[in-house]
Write a protein that binds this ligand. Structure first.
Ligand SMILES: C[S@@+](CC[C@H](N)C(=O)[O-])C[C@H]1O[C@@H](n2cnc3c(N)ncnc32)[C@H](O)[C@@H]1O
Length: 236
């Protein structure tokens, strides 16, 4: 059993490495292009669900786009967990340049991260399609304080055919648009298939409810090119 899950986890880690290897310095620019310029808007909507956070756990913090924005807005502790040192190094540099304190950055697979602390908010952008949610969701909920919010955002594959056409064309064109950034070629090769196969919305929704979260909800963004899924731990 553990061999199987290690094997599956290893394959997922390799996929993430293949997609993101060598892309750290250009990530923020490409994230803007790859999301039809909507990354900021999608994150803004996620942020609108946060309520006076004091202790945030941000999964797959990457170069820190969401983490730094949360630190700028809220007086709070943030723990960021990231699989890849290349991205975490950039995040670490940015935290230090801005003089932010009370930020802890951990190099770890989010599926393996479990500590004896609780967080009133657990946030994440673009991780669910890369992880085993059956492992991740229950583990994160163990670190969620009573009344705490667990919210994840990621790309979704749209369900309207005309939006699917736009989505498919967009990812085909990204390779040309990013022709000057060959390190991204593997991403354009692999990502569309990952997005089409992922059932992260339904899986997250089911697992959050199964693990006892309340008000479990899905918010479709930009005609379901992206979505937010969230739930709250009961206070009692
Ligand atoms: C598209 S980036 C998003 C980064 C950041 N959340 C943002 O919105 O700017 C996806 C990130 O997920 C990280 N990642 C993928 N699988 C992970 C895992 N199992 N544990 C932790 N991080 C992971 C990747 O290394 C990458 O930095």
């Amino acid at each position: 059993m553990s061999d199987v899950s290690t094997g599956e986890q290893g394959a997922r880690t390799e996929l993430v490495e293949e997609i993101f290897h060598g892309t750290g310095d250009t990530y923020d620019e490409v994230a803007h292009l790859a999301t039809f310029g909507r990354d900021k808007k999608w994150k803004e909507e996620l942020l609108s669900y946060l309520d006076s956070p004091k202790r945030i756990l941000d999964l797959a913090c990457g170069t820190g786009i969401l983490l730094l924005e949360m630190k700028r807005r809220f007086e709070c502790h943030i723990t960021g967990v990231e699989l890849r040192e290349e991205y975490l190094r950039i995040c670490r540099e940015r935290v230090s340049q801005r003089g932010y304190e009370d930020v802890r950055l951990v190099l770890s697979n989010a599926e393996d991260f479990l500590i004896e602390e609780t967080f009133d908010h657990i946030t994440s952008c673009y991780i669910p399609k890369y992880v085993n949610l059956e492992v991740l969701v229950p583990k994160m909920i163990r670190m969620l304080a009573p009344g705490g919010l667990f919210i994840m955002q990621d790309f979704a594959y749209p369900n309207e055919p005309w939006v699917q056409d736009i989505f498919d064309d967009h990812f085909k064109r990204m390779k040309e648009r990013c022709g000057h950034l060959p390190d991204w070629d593997d991403c354009w090769e692999r990502l569309p298939e990952v997005l089409k196969k992922s059932t992260w919305i339904e899986d997250t929704q089911r697992l959050m409810a199964q693990e006892g979260l309340e008000d479990v909800s899905v918010v479709e963004q930009s005609r379901r090119m992206s979505a937010l899924v969230y739930g709250r731990r009961p206070t009692g």
